[in-house]
Design a protein around this ligand. Structure first.
Ligand SMILES: NC(=O)c1ccc[n+]([C@@H]2O[C@H](COP(=O)([O-])OP(=O)(O)OC[C@H]3O[C@@H](n4cnc5c(N)ncnc54)[C@H](OP(=O)(O)O)[C@@H]3O)[C@@H](O)[C@H]2O)c1
Length: 262
């Protein structure tokens, strides 16, 4: 069974591997090695059951992942409290195009829409879905002030940012509960953010642990095992979010995480 860990200084317990859900709702303008069809509900339910049986309780979604939130809502309804749901604000994806809005109004609207789509009355985690302008979003648009108010109102339990720069990652660590960074065998430019978060007792999620599948495509199982080992050798990492539509891949990824932690 996959172990759980306290997410930074929050009271949220997350499994050391989480399930990424881009592929549940979006197959347009994505950067995976191969094209794919969106899964049917039965496939998603099977993956969710597989995840739970492995001890995985963390799901990462976003309004920008096409119909991902809308797909998950009805499927999670009877099992809401078994999951830690992490979604995002700031990016939307419509008619094949990304739109960004980090204003206070847009953030509030987006959270209300996510609550509705996910058929729940609270979100465990909300991350800012950065367009790369991390510093501006934090310092000029004061997005964490908005999210802090929403947290105080009880709609969300924790907030942070999926960053794209070291500078932004550091600011997010200082001003929020957690940060999500890209880190894997072939990209480690944001490692200092993970180390800073560890020092400040903040949570860290890893995105693109398999370089969106390009790493796994290169040398398959060894690459998955080596990347998990590399990522989890960094003590600040709370959870590795890996996207998959394949239950066998999910099982193998969980095994690699378990082995990396043993
Ligand atoms: N800006 C952001 O905030 C941001 C950006 C990117 C991602 N994310 C989050 O992070 C999650 C993961 O990122 P990602 O989906 O881009 O990349 P990833 O997890 O690095 O890679 C996912 C790809 O790897 C393949 N894969 C997974 N396990 C495998 C295995 N054991 N063997 C072979 N192939 C395997 C999957 O294909 P199969 O379906 O065939 O398994 C999928 O195409 C996303 O779902 C999302 O939740 C956030």
């Amino acid at each position: 069974m996959i172990k759980k860990i306290q997410l930074g200084s929050t009271n949220i317990l997350v499994s050391r591997i989480g399930l990424g859900t881009v592929k549940f709702g979006r197959n347009e303008k994505v950067n995976y090695p191969q094209g794919f069809a969106l899964p049917d509900d039965k496939t998603i339910l099977h993956l969710l059951a597989q995840a739970q049986s492995l001890g995985i309780n963390l799901l990462d979604t976003a309004p920008a992942y096409g119909s991902s939130e809308e797909r998950l809502g009805p499927l999670l309804k009877t099992q809401r409290n078994s999951w830690v749901i992490s979604t995002k604000v700031g990016e939307d994806f419509k008619n094949g195009k990304s739109y960004f809005d980090f204003s206070s109004e847009a953030v509030r609207e987006s959270i209300l829409r996510s609550l509705k789509r996910l058929e729940t009355d609270y979100l465990d985690i909300v991350l800012v879905h950065s367009n790369g302008e991390d510093k501006k979003i934090i310092e000029e648009l004061h997005i964490f002030e908005t999210l802090s108010e929403i947290k105080k109102a009880g709609l969300i339990r924790a907030y942070g940012m999926s960053t794209k720069t070291v500078e932004g990652g550091m600011l997010a660590v200082d001003q929020s509960d957690l940060v999500m960074v890209m880190h894997n065998l072939i990209y480690s430019a944001e490692q200092s953010v993970i180390q800073y978060a560890h020092q400040k007792q903040k949570g860290v999620f890893i995105k693109k642990a398999l370089a969106s599948g390009h790493l796994a495509a290169l040398s398959s199982e060894d690459a998955v095992r080596d990347s998990m080992k590399f990522i989890l050798s960094e003590p600040g990492v709370s959870s590795v979010i890996v996207g998959t539509l394949n239950a066998e891949h999910l099982k193998y990824n969980a095994l690699c995480v378990e082995q990396a932690l043993s």
